[in-house]
Ligand binder design. Structure first.
Ligand code: FPP
Length: 248
């Protein structure tokens, strides 16, 4: 998808009153995108990073408050070492290169996942990007890296148990809001719209707790090809849905 694609016609159709506050995306299909072009899989990830840049831009433009992307799962360590190394390097480069744009656009970076097992160079770039963007307040970009939804919930449980043991939390006070407060997304709105490109119809351990009432949007388009028009098309589809949250 071209970087300069026109999308004014789709912008005009948006209902500003019914924008999703939080969009979550499983950035899938990078490997297939590259393989179809006889390129190494890593080139698909590089193109995927460009696609993430476009998605952040369009979300910021239409006024989405939180964009969450799944960049690296707890299971992705099992990929070939050179692919893992490439992804880590790409991640570090992305952080370094994007700080200025994030600051220009008032985007605050936040990480979902455990960062301690990441390579030291990535941790350094992460710390720099987190502190450089900490004051931004127009939008949050959550990058899920070394993230697993079940593990996130297990961690929350462990932290709650520790808080109970210390006497800081009473078991009677453990309700849904309390659990929310122990997740990586504490304080953020729940994802309204969850987009999965590249044809797979599953959640893959992403935001298991937070996606309880998310509207799902699936597309066959591979992530590197998923452009601003595709994201706006997903938002327009979301705006046609009736969200009932279990009521009638
Ligand atoms: C899944 O596609 C994608 C990933 C495991 C990596 C996602 C990473 C990026 C989009 C790179 C940019 C991210 C940052 C934060 C710089 P796949 O490789 O499983 O694709 P396939 O199913 O076609 O093999």
């Amino acid at each position: 998808m071209s970087r300069n694609e026109e999308y004014g016609d789709l912008l005009q159709q948006l209902d500003a009153e019914r924008l999703p506050q939080h969009i979550a995306i499983i950035m899938d299909g990078n490997g297939r995108w590259a393989t179809r072009r006889n390129l190494p899989r890593t080139m698909g990830h590089k193109a995927g990073a460009e696609s993430l840049r476009r998605a952040t831009e369009i979300c910021r433009e239409i006024g989405v408050k939180v964009l969450t992307v799944y960049a690296f799962s707890t299971e992705n360590w099992q990929r070939p070492q050179d692919e893992v190394d490439f992804l880590m390097k790409l991640f570090a480069e992305y952080l370094r290169r994007e700080i200025k744009t994030m600051n220009d656009n008032q985007v605050r970076l936040h990480i979902l996942g455990e960062t301690a097992p990441l390579p030291p160079a990535v941790q350094r770039e992460l710390a720099a990007a987190l502190s450089a963007t900490a004051h931004n307040d127009r939008m949050i970009l959550n990058i899920a890296v070394n993230y697993g939804g079940r593990r996130e919930i297990a961690f929350a449980m462990r932290q709650m148990a520790e808080a109970v043991a210390r006497g800081d939390l009473s078991p009677q006070d453990i309700d849904e809001a309390a659990v929310d407060g122990f997740l990586f997304t504490a304080g953020q709105p729940q994802p309204d719209l969850l987009i999965r490109p590249a044809g797979e119809l599953r959640l893959s351990n992403f935001l298991l707790w937070q996606a309880a009432y998310s509207e799902f949007y699936f597309s066959d388009i591979l992530w590197p090809d998923f452009g601003k028009r595709d994201l706006l098309t997903a938002v327009l589809a979301y705006q046609k849905r009736q969200r009932r949250f279990g009521k009638i």
